[in-house]
Design a protein around this ligand. Structure first.
Ligand SMILES: Cc1ncc(COP(=O)(O)O)c(C=O)c1O
Length: 325
């Protein structure tokens, strides 16, 4: 098996061994994509391991579940604590975190309502999503022939399993044609997002990114970039981006939990700027990696320490309140 996994998986309140973390083939999620999930990252900081924006991720998870009428019996604070418990149980210093809430086994009709709402939390070590050089050298991408879903079809604001059927089409097309990623346009023809990451375009030191109405997932990294960029004095505009703006941009970069911040060096074989990482992208990367690596003060309360007592011992100041809204 290519993916050996980790030690323990949290399933409905129990920590079970990775090979035993199974559900029945008749579970509703398998047939109808009735699940919502999150992807967060835990980083090793000089103090102790910390999860980046855990509260924001858990809020989006419960928002996604609400959109799909899934009420999980464990509330958000308790499931948030379960994430930390799962990291501790696996003794991982840095990892990717995947909580999932889904419809389980009861009935096999389309109607999900009779099926139980179950949840699991997986954690595993996951390095650079687009390869070890991506953060510095950038990636070559294409505009996908697939559009993102139209408004009022699949809800883009929900991080739903079903949305990733679209992502898989975009990703496979890009890979099979020799690109690292694909960018999808929305059905109105404006730039939406990558298969698993948001996109920023830089021109004349202004950052542009698609608005929430652009069939995008409201990325937590996107939100962090907007905050950090404004802090650094850049203008940020959330507005419709015409496709051709990609070809005349000074810089383009991806933002997402898996990809972190990765420059794009060409789109449809047209170099972005001079084809190397630009100064604005580098500036944003410095600010972002400074926070996640614990090298600069956590001004926004974005880090949730996995071992808070140990973190408190190593710092005279208390951990700031997390970014719960
Ligand atoms: C389709 C899509 N867009 C954007 C993102 C970026 O979101 P985030 O920064 O919260 O990881 C992701 C990552 O999960 C994604 O799958």
């Amino acid at each position: 098996m290519g993916f050996s996994g980790t030690g323990k998986v949290w399933m409905n309140g129990s920590l079970v061994d990775w090979p035993d973390a199974k559900i029945h083939i008749a579970s509703h999620i398998i047939h109808y994509g009735s699940g919502v999930f999150e992807g967060a990252r835990c980083y090793q900081t000089p103090k102790v391991s910390a999860v980046f924006r855990l509260d924001a991720h858990m809020r989006r998870l419960y928002d996604s579940a609400k959109i799909y009428r899934m009420e999980y019996r464990v509330d958000r604070p308790a499931l948030t604590e379960a994430v930390l418990e799962t990291i501790r149980a696996n003794a991982l210093k840095a990892c990717y975190i995947r909580p999932i809430i889904y419809r389980g086994y009861e009935a096999l009709g389309v109607n999900p309502l009779p099926c139980p709402v179950d949840a699991a939390i997986l954690v595993w070590e996951w390095g650079a999503y687009l390869g070890p050089d991506a953060a510095e050298r950038g990636v070559d991408i294409k505009v996908s022939s697939w559009n993102r879903t139209a408004p009022n079809t699949f809800p883009a604001l929900a991080k739903s399993v079903s949305n990733y059927a679209s992502s898989a089409l975009i990703k496979m097309e890009a890979l099979l044609e020799g690109y690292a990623e694909g960018i999808a346009l929305a059905t109105d023809g404006y730039v939406s997002e990558g298969s698993g990451q948001n996109l920023f375009v830089v021109r004349d030191r202004t950052l542009y990114t698609a608005p929430l109405s652009g069939s995008i997932l409201p990325g937590i990294t996107r939100d962090s970039v907007i905050t950090l960029a404004r802090d650094l004095g850049y203008r940020v505009r959330e507005e419709a981006i015409p496709r051709e703006m990609l070809y005349v941009a000074d810089e383009v970069f991806f933002a997402g939990t898996a990809v972190e911040i990765a420059p794009v060096r060409s789109i449809d074989k047209i170099p972005v700027g001079d084809g190397t990482r630009g100064p604005v992208t580098a500036d944003i990367q410095r600010a972002f990696f400074g926070v996640i690596n614990g090298e600069v003060p956590d001004r926004y309360g974005w880090l949730t320490y996995v071992y808070p007592e140990e973190a408190a011992l190593r710092a005279p100041t208390a951990q700031p309140a997390a970014d719960r809204r």
